[in-house]
Design a protein around this ligand. Structure first.
Ligand SMILES: *Cc1c(COP(=O)(O)O)cnc(C)c1O
Length: 362
């Protein structure tokens, strides 16, 4: 069990009980006489893990028939290219709502594949909020899809409600807030997420896709790049990242044993409130990056009065056992990532530290 409070932006903490369970069955998985790490992905034991993870993910997200889930590799970054390769066809435009660094990267890849259009961007103000519905300018012609980033991990900007895009397929990069709260997933034709922030370890990317949309995908792509290949083969077309899927499965089961998504979501609300209260009660010593209505409950981004104090804050927090609090190297400042496996108590410890640090340095 980790002896530090880990506020890393990803990879991120796993529930101690999940790590202990994996440790307990690491050498001999369910009496098979070998580790899950050594097992074929074509045996019933692994197929059961794979099928259970798919079913539990769909149930927790609240979708049923008409959607499929596949476990892919290449990270969420791989999806930036795979989405347009499959769905951005000549004569249509992919619309991107850009609220931070990850959305920028997604649109850059789409531009290499076809016609991509930034339908809204809050870059001019330094990515402090999501766009209002009036600011979203979707093109006139046929749109291939509308892509958004539900939570921008680096800037700490999150949608509360998702924009209405009519009958255009909506695609969401939910890498840093997947299954952190209930959402209406039926608004989306695709949701993808690297698992290493809210759901498990690095190495597996979860992709939810509406089957009727999948039927429209480009068929002239190499097998590994077609979503249909992975769907048809139940994520077992080639060797999957078996250990990562196994840990993902344990993580999803953990969500249920903790009381389900509503309980996790309520905890996440409390955790974010504790940290933002510490920011808001600091009289301007801590300054939140995002505007109040777009504040991320997963990544609280903030600044201190100077870069020197920010450095000192991160170093002293580390000395007290709180790690991962530096802002992303591209933006600086401080960032506390409050993903699913971080406890309310850890946030309280951090908020207390913030108070003491301000008293000494304010
Ligand atoms: C971390 C992150 C990514 C990149 O994920 P990789 O798995 O490292 O490719 C993409 N989008 C968002 C929103 C992220 O938080």
């Amino acid at each position: 069990m980790s002896s530090v409070l880990n506020f890393n932006a990803g990879p991120a903490p796993l529930p101690p009980s999940v790590l202990a369970e994996a440790q307990g069955e690491l050498l001999d998985y369910h009496g098979q006489g070998m580790s899950i790490l050594e097992m074929s992905h074509r045996v019933p034991e692994y197929e059961a893990i794979n099928a259970r993870a798919e079913a539990n993910f769909k149930r927790l997200l609240g979708v049923g028939d008409g959607y499929r889930v596949v476990f892919m590799q290449g990270g969420a970054s791989g999806q930036f290219a795979t989405v347009p390769m499959n769905f951005l066809k000549p004569g249509s435009t992919a619309e991107y709502l850009v609220t931070g660094t990850w959305g920028e990267k997604a649109v850059e890849d789409a531009e290499l594949i076809g016609n991509a259009h930034v339908a809204a961007s809050t870059k001019a103000e330094g990515y402090r909020r999501v766009p209002t519905s009036g600011e979203i300018k979707l093109g006139e012609g046929p749109s291939a899809y509308v892509h958004l980033t539900s939570n921008e991990t680096i800037q700490g900007v999150q949608y509360r409600d998702f924009p209405d895009v009519g009958d255009r397929p909506l695609v969401g990069d939910m890498s840093s807030d997947i299954l952190s709260r209930p959402i209406d997933a039926s608004k989306f034709s695709m949701i993808y997420a690297g698992a290493q922030k809210n759901l498990g370890p690095a190495g597996v990317t979860v992709v939810l896709i509406r089957e009727s949309w999948l039927e429209t995908a480009n068929k002239k792509l190499p097998a590994m790049l077609r979503y249909s290949t992975h769907v048809k083969n139940n994520s077992l077309y080639n060797t999957p990242p078996t250990f990562s899927v196994y840990l993902l499965d344990l993580f999803l089961t953990w969500i249920d044993t903790e009381g389900g998504l509503l309980e996790i979501s309520a905890r996440n609300d409390r955790k974010a409130a504790i940290i933002y209260d510490a920011i808001d009660r600091s009289g301007g010593f801590y300054r939140g990056h995002a505007e109040a209505g777009s504040r991320s409950k997963m990544n609280a981004t903030f600044n201190l009065p100077s870069a020197d104090l920010e450095k000192k804050f991160v170093a002293e927090a580390k000395a007290e056992g709180m790690v991962g609090l530096a802002g992303h190297r591209s933006v600086g400042g401080a960032r506390a990532s409050l993903y699913n496996a971080i406890g309310v108590d850890a946030c309280q410890v951090l908020a207390n530290f913030m108070g003491h640090f301000m008293a000494k340095n304010g």
